[in-house]
Design a protein around this ligand. Structure first.
Ligand SMILES: O=c1ccn([C@@H]2O[C@H](COP(=O)(O)OP(=O)(O)O[C@H]3O[C@H](CO)[C@@H](O)[C@H](O)[C@H]3O)[C@@H](O)[C@H]2O)c(=O)[nH]1
Ligand SMILES: [Mn+2]
Length: 702
């Protein structure tokens, strides 16, 4: 359809280039010149000294990372969607495609079942014809309490969904809604109902006892699958249809969304490919049952915060001018419950909110794993009509058999699943990898970031968890970098230069460890390349609704990661490739129990007490070395003439690291609470610092 008067007046979505584009481009040009000058200087004054090589390498890495980063600023666009124009353009609710929602969970201890239930409930209550929404829960933990929780949730949903509609609730996760200060006067009863359910489930989690009165023989049969030898890593498929939209109605007689629990078969001898495997199993199960043309993927730590989110996605999918190769619409990850200044930099504003705007102007944002609406066709790679009015299949016995068959752990053998179909295997960042491969295959994507955010989730709230998460990502990215799908060789060729640069920026993530570690241990004159990044970085951060404190914490975490999870990820990846160890998906902890700990988190105090982690050893070592170097530098500057002139930048650099390490010194010396640095870590890092000083002394006296 051409741009008629009508479509111009009633757009489904708009897209405008960022007004500051030319400014950023000019800055990029100037910075490029400066970078080249520094590199030129380094190469000309290259001496065969031990100190110069790491510095040259560091500058090269900084220059490359900086260059890759420019691709995110080449063509930034801002999009808006207008769901209210759907009916005005004659696209009425009964014509909307149906929607399959996938919710993943994997471990009831790290991901409490009530959190998963809240995610599912928030999706069941979308502003969308209820008969067209089907929620599938993938339980990789194979946990009976999770199923029990969902049996409860199915009953509660019959009240919750009509309540949301009637009262116009915005946060459709009950937990978030009831936690908010002002609730609707009619909510007393339903809140009590929710509390009862929560208490039951939490009690079942603690005691392992059965709580729910089962609905019928069906559910009894399902529970009998949990035999004595049923374990998380070794069990048959369990599928339970808890609600069927063709049969079940809510308390006021409207159709209910379907709710289906799936725990795919697992056997120790067959690789299950973590979340990507779970999503592929759900893709197939849903294809046998409801086969909706649109699929929404959600992690169990994300809730819907804008009931119109699916309609916003439709604004793109149903636009008659939409590109036929539009694979997905990505909503960014936003987080709640973080401390005011985000001490652990877990908001990841860059990767989740700022950078996708840049990719959106090229071929589209990367896939962030959650909050993403897919066209089923992009995953199956087979033709499928987008306007299926009625679902073409029913949830009946024969389909259930089929569903069991497609969740067998050996089903994928000899198929293209994970290779060229569905979510792709081979990297711990299956989201990044899948989006990247789809872009390479010619698909495009769209970024949709409405205000207020459509999906909000939980970020890790302690240092150890956040570094483990970052380490898993770094390993996953290295896996892509060193695969045949390398983002430069394969990516640039198959997508384009700028998109290849964007993806490379992430693929080389662990390489940050080279300059950061180098500059942490070898403070020299040339942070020149790194320093000018800061003011611009800050500016971009503030424009994306950040605060100065959050930015400062963010850059501090960048330095901390540079000496902890980035290098450790590289080492682990190296071992993996030598066949010494395998890669595992370390789940990010979501449970918040220890009161003292969450209290410290709320007050923005670093947490080192949880474990004696190798992360903390390297961090404490760096902190000690820089502190000593800084004081020695200051004292010598006072005592020795001319010292300060030649060593000025070095001392300033050390001072910068020292300021950043402030929480580490506090945790080492001053603090008495449970979050202070464990004595063992202190001793080991003190020893490491001594060794490094000794080596430095030997090298310099050679
Ligand atoms: O074997 C597994 C492992 C994980 N998951 C699920 O995957 C999701 C993400 O796991 P989480 O521990 O929360 O990881 P995060 O670091 O918070 O997740 C980020 O990074 C992941 C890739 O490493 C992406 O999948 C996520 O979408 C992205 O938010 C959760 O819902 C898990 O239940 C599974 O279903 N099966
Ligand atoms: Mn998560």
């Amino acid at each position: 359809m051409a741009d008629t008067e009508e479509t111009k007046a009633l757009p489904l979505h708009t897209c405008h280039p960022d007004p500051l584009t030319s400014l950023t481009r000019t800055h990029a040009l100037l910075h490029t010149c400066a970078t080249l000058a520094v590199l030129h200087h380094r190469l000309r004054h290259l001496s065969p000294s031990l100190l110069h090589l790491p510095l040259l390498l560091s500058d090269l890495v900084l220059a490359f990372m900086w260059a890759f980063n420019q691709a995110f600023h080449a063509r930034r666009v801002r999009r808006l969607t207008f769901p209210e124009n759907l009916p005005r353009r004659g696209v009425r609710a009964h014509q909307w495609p149906s929607l399959d929602v996938f919710v993943c969970t994997a471990d009831p201890r790290k991901e409490p079942p009530m959190g998963v239930v809240n995610t599912a409930l928030s999706a069941m209550a979308f502003d969308y014809p209820a008969g067209k929404v089907n929620v599938y829960v993938s339980d990789d933990g194979g946990c009976r309490v999770t199923l029990l929780a969902f049996a409860e949730a199915a009953r509660f949903a019959r009240h919750w969904v009509p309540f949301c509609r009637e009262v116009g609730v915005r946060e459709r996760s009950p937990e978030a809604y009831f936690a908010a200060p002002r609730a609707h006067p009619n909510s007393v009863e339903i809140k009590a109902m929710y509390e009862r359910m929560k208490e039951k489930v939490d009690r079942a989690m603690e005691t392992g006892q059965e709580i729910a009165e089962m609905n019928g023989p069906d559910e009894h049969k399902t529970f009998s699958k949990w035999t004595a030898d049923f374990t998380r890593e070794d069990h048959p498929t369990v599928i339970q249809i808890l609600l069927d939209s063709e049969r079940d109605v809510d308390v006021v007689g409207h159709a209910m969304p379907s709710l289906i629990y799936v725990s795919r078969e697992k056997r120790p001898c067959v690789h299950h490919h973590f979340k990507a495997g779970a999503l592929n199993a759900l893709t197939r199960v849903s294809a046998t049952m409801t086969n909706a043309p649109i699929i929404l993927t959600l992690d169990c730590d994300m809730n819907c915060n804008d009931p119109q989110a699916p309609q916003r996605a439709l604004c793109h999918f149903l636009d008659p001018d939409a590109p036929p190769n539009l694979a997905y619409v990505q909503f960014p990850q936003h987080f709640r419950g973080m401390d005011e200044n985000d001490i652990y930099g877990c908001e990841w504003k860059g990767p989740f909110q700022i950078n996708p705007i840049g990719m959106d102007g090229l071929r589209g944002p990367d896939f962030e794993g959650t909050g993403c609406f897919f066209r089923r066709r992009a995953l199956h790679r087979e033709p499928l009509l987008l306007n299926s009015k009625e679902r073409d299949r029913n949830i009946d016995a024969s389909n259930l058999d089929m569903a069991h068959r497609v969740t067998r752990c050996t089903y994928e053998n000899g198929t293209k699943w994970g290779a060229t179909m569905g979510f792709r295997y081979g990297s711990l960042v299956e989201d990044y990898f899948t989006g990247y491969r789809l872009h390479c295959e010619g698909w495009v994507s769209v970024f949709c970031d409405p205000q207020p955010p459509a999906f909000v989730g939980d970020a890790p709230c302690n240092l150890q968890d956040s570094l483990i998460q970052c380490m898993r990502w770094s390993i996953g990215l290295l896996e892509v970098l060193f695969s045949k799908y390398n983002t430069i060789a394969f990516g640039v060729k198959n997508i384009n230069l700028l998109m290849g640069m964007c993806y490379s920026h992430y693929a080389f993530w662990a390489f940050w460890s080279i300059p950061i570690t180098t500059y942490a241990f070898l403070p020299q004159l040339a942070l020149l390349i790194g320093v000018p990044m800061f003011p611009k970085d800050l500016f971009i951060f503030l424009r994306a609704n950040g605060t100065i404190r959050r930015w400062w914490n963010n850059q501090r975490m960048w330095m901390i990661r540079g000496v902890t999870c980035f290098p450790l990820a590289s080492i682990q990846f190296f071992f993996q490739n030598c066949g010494i160890s395998g890669s595992t998906f370390n789940l990010t902890g979501k449970a918040r129990h220890d009161d003292e700990q969450s209290d410290r988190y709320a007050r923005g105090i670093f947490e080192f007490g949880t474990v004696s982690s190798p992360f903390f050893v390297s961090l404490a070592t760096v902190a000690m070395i820089n502190l000593v170097a800084f004081w020695v530098g200051l004292v010598r500057a006072v005592l020795e003439e001319g010292y300060f002139d030649s060593m000025f930048v070095q001392v300033v650099l050390c001072g910068f690291v020292v300021v950043n390490c402030w929480p580490v010194y506090e945790a080492m010396v001053v603090r008495k609470d449970g979050g202070r640095l464990p004595g063992e870590v202190k001793r080991v890092s003190f020893f490491m610092a001594l060794v490094i000083f000794a080596i430095a002394y030997l090298v310099s006296s050679m």
